[in-house]
Structure formats: structure tokens, C-alpha cells
Design a protein around this ligand. Structure first.
Ligand code: PGA
Length: 266
């Protein structure tokens, strides 16, 4: 089990374009109460819990979390590769850092697909995240066609190599393996499929950045994760958490996913 390696599991909720700032405040409050009532352990024996609201909600979420000293983490769903300038509609990593975001999603498949984000752009976004002290949650994953043509690992590995090209040192990274065919489809990968790709991704991290980074980096699985299937993924050696879309919009369900250790044996 991944926890045996000492990595703190991370359960991350990608809210996509859902919840305005008032709804986000209500959700974060309720999530914090639910986890507190359940005596949730935010460390190695439990899970770190992070939410990724729309940009317009981040300031409200920051204010609530810091005022009430909640143990929840948060991040943005995207950032610009640029620091500032004439880039209408873009958000700088510097601005996200000022809102005390810990994380930022980079290269979610919806960004790759609907916004034409290329591997080269995502390499610049990973670099921009690290430059501003944000932990990039780099999303990689194959489509159903990729799976048929190249098998499960080829595309995620190529995306990982491209996004990390030229990187050195010991950066804090999170990798989210999200098979595109599993996102929002109700058809999750099997834990064995996900583990096979996660193990391959970890071996690429070892090759590119060395053992310290390969050991410390959390690799999440994403794609139709629910409270009823999370335990199976978390039993795998190379899966350290989940990136949750649809099920992160229901506070009871999301809290139950975060508390997977309570049902990991079932
Ligand atoms: P899903 O989305 O959990 O609704 O499949 C996952 C994601 O897009 O990150």
C-alpha cells in the first residue's frame, strides 16, 4: 500500500466550472465540519484534502480557510505560463501564490482537449508553477483511441517526459494519471490498470529526476472515483490518492472518499 512508503495520501477535488464563490464557501465549511466530526487524520494515517474551485472563488476560500484555521488545502485549475503582461483572461502564478494556493492543476485533459494545450505549453506551465512556489498537479492520460493503438502507458509517459523536460533539482510535484475514457464516464480503470501505469510513471520520474523525487512524488488516479471504489485504488503501491471530479461536488461523498482508510479493508 502506498501509505507504507510514507507519502501522505492526497484526495483532491476538481470542481471544474461548478460552484460560485458563495457555494464554495458553504461547501468548504461543510466539508471541514464533516471531517472534523469524523476526527479525520490529515497525515499519513489519513489523507490531505484539497479543493480546486474556479478562479473567482479562490479569495473567498483562502479567507475562510485562514480565518478558521482549517486544515484543508486548495489550488487553482490552471495558470498562465507568463508572469504578467498583455495576456487578456490569463491568471499569473504570482497571483495564485499571493492567494496562498498550494497547488495548481496543469494539463487537465479538458484543457488539452478544449483549449488546445500542447506538451510544450504545459512544460512552460510546470516551470511557471514551480517558479511561483506552487505545486503543479500535472495531469496525464490516454484517450480510448490511444489505449487501443498504443496500450495504456505510452501516451501518459510521453506527456510526462514532455512536461518535465529540462527540469532538474528536487521539485515537489504531484502527477495525476487520468485516463480520458474514465473521466466523467462512470467507468473507472481497474486498480490493476491504474497501478501498472502509475508504476511506469514512477520509473520515468526516477530516470528523469532521481530517487528522491521518484519516492516523494504523489501519483494520483483520476477518472470516475467514488467512495465505493477508492479503497481498491489506495491499496496499490504506487497510487497515493485521487483527483476527483463529479464525486467531489457532493460533500458527504467527497468526505467519504477522503476517509478511504475507514473502508480500505472492506
Ligand atoms: P470524474 O473527473 O471524477 O468526474 O471522472 C475527474 C477529473 O476530471 O479530474
Amino acid at each position: 500500500m502506498a501509505i507504507a512508503q510514507g507519502r501522505v495520501p492526497l484526495i483532491a477535488g476538481n470542481w471544474k466550472m461548478n460552484f460560485d464563490h458563495l457555494q464554495s464557501i458553504a461547501f468548504v465549511q461543510k466539508l471541514a465540519w464533516t471531517l472534523k466530526d469524523a476526527d479525520h487524520d490529515f497525515g499519513v494515517g489519513g489523507s490531505e484534502v484539497a479543493v480546486f474551485p474556479p478562479f473567482t472563488d479562490l479569495r473567498s476560500v483562502q479567507t475562510l480557510i485562514s480565518a478558521d484555521k482549517l486544515k484543508l488545502e486548495y489550488g487553482a485549475q490552471d495558470l498562465s505560463q507568463h508572469d504578467s503582461g498583455a495576456f487578456t483572461g490569463e491568471i499569473s502564478g504570482a497571483f495564485l501564490a499571493l492567494l496562498a494556493c498550494r497547488f495548481v492543476l496543469v494539463g487537465h485533459s479538458e484543457r488539452r482537449q478544449y483549449h488546445g494545450e500542447t506538451d510544450e505549453l504545459l512544460r512552460a506551465k510546470v516551470a511557471a508553477s514551480l517558479k511561483h512556489g506552487l505545486v503543479p498537479v500535472l495531469c496525464v492520460g490516454e484517450t480510448a483511441e490511444d489505449l487501443e493503438q498504443h496500450g495504456p502507458s505510452a501516451v501518459p509517459v510521453a506527456q510526462l517526459r514532455a512536461a518535465l523536460a529540462g527540469l532538474s533539482g528536487t521539485p515537489e510535484l504531484v502527477i495525476a494519471y487520468e485516463p480520458v475514457w474514465a473521466i466523467g464516464s462512470g467507468q473507472a480503470a481497474t486498480p490493476e490498470q491504474a497501478e501498472q501505469v502509475a508504476a511506469t510513471l514512477r520509473s520515468v520520474l526516477l530516470e528523469l529526476l532521481g530517487s528522491e523525487v521518484a519516492e516523494a512524488t504523489r501519483i494520483l488516479y483520476g477518472g470516475s472515483v467514488k467512495s465505493s471504489n477508492i479503497a481498491g485504488f489506495m491499496r496499490e503501491a504506487n497510487i497515493d490518492g485521487a483527483l476527483v471530479g463529479g464525486a467531489s461536488l457532493d460533500v458527504i461523498e467527497f468526505a467519504s472518499i477522503a476517509r478511504f482508510q475507514k473502508h480500505v479493508g472492506t
